[in-house]
Ligand binder design. Structure first.
Ligand SMILES: Nc1ncnc2c1ncn2[C@@H]1O[C@H](COP(=O)(O)OP(=O)(O)OP(=O)(O)O)[C@@H](O)[C@H]1O
Ligand SMILES: [Mg+2]
Length: 192
């Protein structure tokens, strides 16, 4: 059980890996999968979709995997969603496009950060993807010693953050091919 982050530039392969980790964890734990889809990824188009939190209980009873339309949901719904997830518990949650929900300066962002801290208690698996490694995301990432999969990254600011926070060499991260990543765990780094 735990928290997973997939970080890297657009098209690097984050959602593909996140989806496969999420599906595997849902299978092995027998838990339902909730995809918080902030990017409208084609990967999730086949899933039954809710756009309000009140639709989710019924959808989750009827299906093993559902998505939440975070792209079109209002701020109010995005604020209610993590509270719903924490109360429901025992879910695998994939947030595809973390920056959309993690506005660190909003109270909604705080509730999502809290979810990371309480994931064990609530028996949640949390899998995040982001290509936006700015603002307070590094602090959020480190809030609970997650498994981190770093894909190709090119922005100088993001490379600097990865080097400073996780000791990853910029030239190595910039040179990763599509679908390739460096796995970082609790301060250790191992190539993949
Ligand atoms: N391991 C891999 N080997 C080869 N191709 C891959 C691999 N992983 C992903 N791809 C392909 O690369 C493309 C981009 O993958 P994906 O959508 O997972 O990237 P992403 O990092 O989530 O991009 P975005 O930030 O735009 O959402 C897809 O066409 C996918 O099929
Ligand atoms: Mg993606």
């Amino acid at each position: 059980m735990g928290v997973v982050w997939c970080i890297g530039c657009p098209g690097a392969g984050k959602t593909t890996l996140a989806r496969s980790i999420a599906a595997q964890r849902a299978r092995s734990t027998g838990r339902k999968l909730l995809v918080v889809d902030a990017e409208g990824d084609a990967n999730f188009r086949a899933l039954p979709m809710g756009s309000t939190v009140s639709e989710l209980p019924k959808l989750l009873v009827e299906h093993n995997a559902v998505s939440f339309d975070a792209m079109n949901a209002g701020k109010q719904e995005l604020r209610r969603l993590p509270t719903f997830i924490e109360r429901a518990g025992r879910l695998v949650v994939l947030v595809d496009g973390a920056h959309a929900v993690l506005d660190a300066h909003s109270s909604a962002g705080d509730v999502w950060v809290r979810l990371q801290r309480v994931h064990r208690h609530a028996e949640l698996e949390l899998i995040w993807t982001t290509h936006h490694l700015g603002g307070d995301v590094p602090q959020v990432v480190q809030a609970c010693a997650p498994e981190l999969y770093v894909f190709r990254t090119t922005s100088p600011a993001a490379l600097k953050t990865l080097e400073r926070e996780f000791g990853l060499e910029a030239s190595r991260v910039r040179g990763l091919e599509r679908g390739k990543y460096i796995k970082v765990e609790m301060g250790f780094s191992a190539g993949a």
